[in-house]
Design a protein around this ligand. Structure first.
Ligand SMILES: Nc1ncnc2c1ncn2[C@@H]1O[C@H](COP(=O)(O)OP(=O)(O)OP(=O)(O)O)[C@@H](O)[C@H]1O
Ligand SMILES: [Mg+2]
Length: 473
């Protein structure tokens, strides 16, 4: 009869519970005083035991000063301090590098830990949504170590289970703001181990002179400029295509010219050819002797692109069934098709036929040229789809200064802005500065291209690197 009784019960209207009968009582549990005192004693003992390990230099200074003061008084103490300071000054003067790495930077790291990261850690992480609450310290990521390089603070963090390194990568703006840094980047060391990098100054503020040219040329990473960390920024050209995007004056020219400059020895020995399209007639015309082919009008540019397609297809037919990769040589050179302001051909040219042919040719080169030794290196001002719907055919992209925040992800891929690629905030007075994604890492890296002056280009061209090369219009 269970079923019957249940049915009956269901039919019964439930009587509303009078409001005054609902009572919540929060039990007040008082911690016994003995436990509170035991906790304080434990914290004090722990502090005293750990202090010599955590701050050995400070402890040694305090203890030795106290001993000298106790045994000899103020005069020996002042003399000892004067000698200690003199030794440090001598060290700094004679061996500034070791002084910096052994004394100045570790001391700065302690200071930054104390006054910035330790102090603001919990509120910043809670507000950024990376820690649970003000009470629950168990759900607070733990600072493992703070170190300082010459230009940045590096905070190594043990993250709590349930959060991921990506959670930090998507909150870099909040972290940078919270710790009063211009930006923040997240390096993943392991599943629960990340390093947050907060720059203290802009290492890319000064323009970079044209880099020295090295031979033989490494086409898997030509030297373009410098990364924010002070390394050489290298750009792969063989086996990829590169699109550089930036507003007018962002420094696209310096990216193109840094790449061409790095290629000059290979242009000289014939293992690399640069085919240049220069609709503005300003950017590339200076280096015409370096180019195997040159075009500056819509029609000639399309002819050049279609010639490159024909060259590529002839090569593909020759390689079919025999070889799968291209090795640059004077008989089969690596072809770099440089297109300045590619939207002139794909969107702005008044002749519809020119636009259609240019788009077809660029699409064919970028989709099939990689393995047969053809690379397209293009520059563009406006990355929107209606202007350039081929941008996804370029595996590598460089975002120089952009107009709008929404354009960052258009250029560098989804999530790039959240990971700190604030290309729309690049200072207009820093041309050549931009963000790139280096191979194997989703974290965008801030870089600056070297500035190749007109004199550098004239010198490169005057070296006769392309003597005997055909120049077309
Ligand atoms: N890497 C750099 N370092 C320092 N200054 C630079 C750098 N690149 C460019 N500049 C300066 O900025 C100016 C504009 O650069 P550039 O002509 O390369 O911009 P752009 O992006 O090609 O602009 P546009 O789309 O109008 O052609 C240059 O004349 C030069 O003075
Ligand atoms: Mg330009």
């Amino acid at each position: 009869m269970l079923g019957g009784s249940t049915g009956e019960a269901q039919k019964q209207p439930t009587a509303p519970i009078p409001a005054q009968t609902i009572r919540f009582t929060v039990p007040v549990v008082e911690t016994p005083g003995i436990f509170v005192i035991a906790r304080w004693v434990w914290a004090l003992v722990r502090l005293l035991v750990l202090l010599p390990v955590r701050a050995p230099v400070t402890v040694a200074l305090v203890v030795s000063s106290a001993l000298i003061l106790d045994s000899g008084g103020w005069v020996p103490l002042a003399a000892s301090w004067t000698i200690a300071v003199a030794v440090l000054v001598l060290w700094w003067w004679r061996w500034p590098h070791t002084f910096c790495t052994r004394v100045a930077l570790p001391a700065l790291a302690k200071w930054r830990w104390l006054t910035n990261y330790r102090r603001h850690w919990q509120p910043v992480l809670v507000v950024a949504g990376l820690a649970e609450s003000y009470q629950e310290r168990r759900y607070l990521p733990r600072i493992r170590r703070v170190t300082c390089t010459e230009w940045a603070d590096r905070v190594r963090v043990k993250i709590v289970p349930g959060t991921t390194p990506e959670d930090f990568q998507t909150r870099v703006d909040a972290l940078a703001h919270g710790f009063a840094a211009p930006s923040c980047r997240v390096h993943v060391n392991g599943a629960r181990d990340v390093t947050l990098e907060f720059p203290r100054r802009d290492t890319l503020a000064e323009p970079l002179d044209a880099l020295p040219v090295h031979s033989p040329v490494d086409l898997r990473g030509v030297a373009m400029g410098r990364t924010e960390e002070g390394d050489t920024w290298r750009l792969r050209l063989h086996g990829t295509h590169v699109l550089t995007v930036g507003v007018t004056g962002a420094g696209k020219g310096s990216v193109i010219w840094s790449a061409i400059r790095a290629l000059t020895p290979a242009i000289g020995d014939g293992s690399v050819q640069v085919w240049a399209i220069d609709p503005k007639r300003m950017e590339l015309s200076y280096g015409r002797p370096l180019f195997a082919h040159y075009a500056d009008s819509g029609e000639s540019a399309v002819d050049l692109l279609e010639q490159a397609v024909a060259r590529m297809q002839e090569r593909a037919a020759r390689y079919a069934g025999k070889q799968r990769t291209h090795t640059p040589s004077p008989t089969d050179p690596f072809v770099v098709v440089v297109v300045d302001e590619v939207a002139f051909l794909t969107a702005y040219h008044p002749d519809r036929d020119v636009r259609r042919r240019a788009e077809n040719a660029i699409a064919t080169l970028t989709s099939q040229g990689r393995s047969v030794g053809v690379c397209v290196l293009a520059a563009l001002q406006d990355p929107r789809k209606e202007v350039m719907n081929l941008r996804n055919l370029f595996p590598d992209k460089i975002a120089l200064r952009l107009d709008e925040a929404s354009q960052v992800d258009m250029v560098l891929g989804e999530g790039a802005r959240e990971r700190g690629a604030n290309a729309h905030l690049i200072d207009p007075y820093l041309p050549g500065v931009g963000f790139v994604k280096l191979e194997g890492s989703p974290v965008p890296v801030r870089v600056r291209a070297a500035f190749v002056t007109d004199e550098d280009i004239a010198a490169m061209a005057a070296q006769g690197l392309s003597s005997g090369r055909e120049v077309e219009r």
